[in-house]
Write a protein of this length. Structure first.
Ligand SMILES: CC(C)(COP(=O)(O)OP(=O)(O)OC[C@H]1O[C@@H](n2cnc3c(N)ncnc32)[C@H](O)[C@@H]1OP(=O)(O)O)[C@@H](O)C(=O)NCCC(=O)NCCS
Length: 181
């Protein structure tokens, strides 16, 4: 299995990975989201990585730009959304390698903070922890019972506790339907 940066010609295979990984109903919504995010200028710079096995794209991770209103202007920050691995290739560490490779890439590019809205049982293993209590508001209020799903990690020390504010995503990700669960 190899991880590399995505290129233009990968788009249809990437969209297919999301459609299959997220299943019938949600797959269509996420497929559309990824398609929009890849074209959205407010999402740039973005980081798009693919996992390739058997000459096929079997996993994809996307990070896109966020602005933190209230923090130092221009603070480089990104959000992880979405991540998917083809069902037949899940539980073999591919998702893990995509997250780690993505975070390495972000750090090398000078990104200071990365956010995710995801499963609180999955992302803490990569260094994410609850964002709300550290002063980072999500674009839409997260219900109290799901507050642990809104997470952040700093890629350089000394950011959390100093910088705080309201996270503003790209136009494509800023639709309320992506913040409901
Ligand atoms: C989540 C996903 C990307 C993980 O990829 P993967 O290659 O199977 O992950 P890995 O093999 O690296 O890790 C497997 C671990 O992830 C856990 N996991 C898988 N899906 C999970 C989910 N939706 N929520 C929480 N944990 C999950 C597994 O239980 C396993 O945990 P363990 O190591 O403690 O046993 C993949 O299952 C997937 O594409 N799911 C559908 C799409 C999705 O839910 N994406 C994430 C939201 S953006």
């Amino acid at each position: 299995m190899k991880i590399r940066k995505a290129v233009k010609g990968d788009t249809s295979e990437i969209l297919n990975v999301h459609k299959k990984a997220f299943g019938e109903k949600k797959g269509i919504v996420i497929r559309q989201l990824v398609d929009s995010l890849l074209e959205d200028i407010t999402a740039k710079p973005g980081f798009s990585l693919v996992a390739v096995e058997d000459d096929m794209i079997v996993g994809h991770i996307l990070f896109t730009k966020v602005i933190i209103n209230g923090a130092s202007e221009g603070l480089p920050a990104q959000i992880l959304a979405p991540l998917a691995v083809l069902p037949d290739y899940q539980n073999r560490g591919i998702g893990c390698q995509l997250v780690k490779a993505g975070i390495d890439e972000l750090r090398k590019s000078g990104v200071k903070l990365v956010f995710v809205l995801g499963h609180p049982g999955y992302y803490p293993r990569y260094g994410f922890s609850p964002a709300g209590e550290r002063g980072y508001d999500a674009p839409y209020p997260i219900p109290e019972e799901h507050s642990g799903a809104w997470m952040v990690q700093e890629l350089y020390p000394g950011i959390i506790g100093v910088e705080r504010g309201a996270v503003q995503c790209s136009d494509a990700l800023n639709e309320p339907e992506h913040w409901r669960e």
